[in-house]
Design a protein around this ligand. Structure first.
Ligand code: G6P
Ligand code: MG
Length: 213
């Protein structure tokens, strides 16, 4: 029986991918690193340091340098976050969240981002959630199940009672590894391993999810 929902943030509740892209691009231009939108697509759901490793593509760089680069990228990203408002909530996601809450389901955020709380604050939806699991919560990032298990534990639910909504391949894998039900948002090529897939956030149908999963 489904008792709770765990929402990824970037790409499910709001679309920060463009800001991540612009911030990485700025750093890449400054440091003469190869980067483009295609590479950015691979960074969906991936932690900050792991994202840099993907961009470096095997290129060896001292740890200290990597730290400075990820810090700089993050300061660019945080500048963009200042511009986020309630209008950046995707489609009718807020109404959907309110309906689930009213129907008695537990709600969590399960995001790899260390900026998740800041984003939620700008979107003005922090209080809808019973718990927020973010990039500070656990050691092992997605595709490890740890973050979602941490969220479920905070909700007081068993993994099989939780549905995860994810737009990233690594996130779908994490949900499956946690033995939870996975709903993918995006193309089959990316989230096809999920139990149920919707092309867009606006298509997500919670009545169907509750019936089918
Ligand atoms: C989310 C995004 C990723 C991002 C990660 C870390 O999962 O989808 O693209 O790299 O969060 O974000 P952070 O805000 O901690 O740098
Ligand atoms: Mg995401």
């Amino acid at each position: 029986e489904i008792k709770g929902f765990i929402f990824d943030l970037d790409g499910v509740i709001t679309d920060t991918a463009e800001y991540h892209y612009k911030s990485w691009q700025k750093l890449a231009d400054e440091e003469d690193l190869f980067f483009n939108r295609e590479v950015n697509e691979q960074l969906r759901g991936v932690s900050r340091m792991e994202s840099l490793e993907i961009i470096l593509d095997g290129k060896e760089v001292p740890e200290e340098q990597k730290k400075e680069w990820t810090d700089r990228k993050n300061s660019y990203y945080q500048d963009y976050l200042e511009e986020i408002t309630k209008d950046d909530i995707l489609d009718d996601m807020e109404e959907k969240l309110m309906k689930l809450k009213k129907d008695g389901y537990k709600l969590a955020v399960g995001s790899s981002s260390r900026n998740a709380k800041k984003v939620l604050k700008h979107l003005q939806i922090t209080d809808i959630f019973d718990t927020i699991a973010d990039g500070h919560s656990v050691e092992n990032a997605k595709p490890a199940p740890d973050l979602f298990l941490y969220a479920a534990n905070n909700l007081g639910l068993k993994p099989e009672e939780c549905v995860v909504l994810e737009d990233a391949e690594s996130g779908v894998e994490a949900a499956l590894a946690a033995k939870m039900k996975a709903v993918g948002v995006g193309p089959e090529s990316r989230v096809g391993k999920a139990h149920l897939v919707y092309a867009n956030v606006g298509d997500i149908d919670f009545d169907e999810i509750l019936k089918k999963l």
